[in-house]
Design a protein around this ligand. Sequence first.
Ligand code: PXL
Length: 266
Amino acid sequence: MTNRAYVIAGSEATGGAGIQADLKAFQELGVYGMGTITCIVSFDPKNDWGHRFVPIAPDVIADQIEAATSCHDLDVVKLGMLGTPDTIDVVAEGLRRQPWRHVVLDPVLICKGQEPGAALDTDKALTAQILPLATVITPNHFEARTLAGMESIETVDDLVEAARRIHALGPRHVVVKGGVELPGPDAVDVYFDGEEATVLSAPKIGDARVSGAGCTFAAAITAELAKGGDVGRAVDVAKAMVREGIDQRVTTHAPFASVTTATPGS
Ligand code: PXL
């Protein structure tokens, strides 16, 4: 049987993040992938690598969802960057048309270089429409602060508190990623399943953010769930894969490196 996983996300033209990273992670983990593009992000080398962002028309997103879900029996989907309230409407409507065993939400409220203010409307629409559909959510430090309504996240206890608050918003499984923003020598994530909080910790590799790490993390969880694994095991595989991918990162002409999609030991 071929395991299939679906991703609805933005295109990031350099190949580091977005749907390009997602499909590479699916492939690396042995899952047949298909994708629906919500927006196109092209970094601008003439403007400090800021983000040029073009949303895809809602009817075109609906067509893509129809094509993918009609062609394949799908029960696991990852949601990456959605970008606008209109996109969120059409994706939520598309998802509600069938049952899903898992909806893995990487709540991309902002991507590197965007103004925080630009994310506010999207943030509200995401919370209202997508959060109730998500079974797994993987916020980073900034997204966790925003979703949990916390002014700061400085400690592992803060990460646990954020995970508990976000769990109360709907998703059964919450993985809050401390990343380089959490002070200290270790990259710490907290997985909360509604009962138990598990702290996943590994020494940080450098102190700079690596593009595509978050996308790859959620995509790897999705691929493992498509293969029938449970969420705890999927999170372990994803963390190991991203760690390896950060270790093997690709330097670029932009001021940030991009994660690779290496499987540990490959
Ligand atoms: O890393 C978050 C992200 C997700 N999706 C797309 C992006 C980015 C960041 O650049 O461009 C399409």
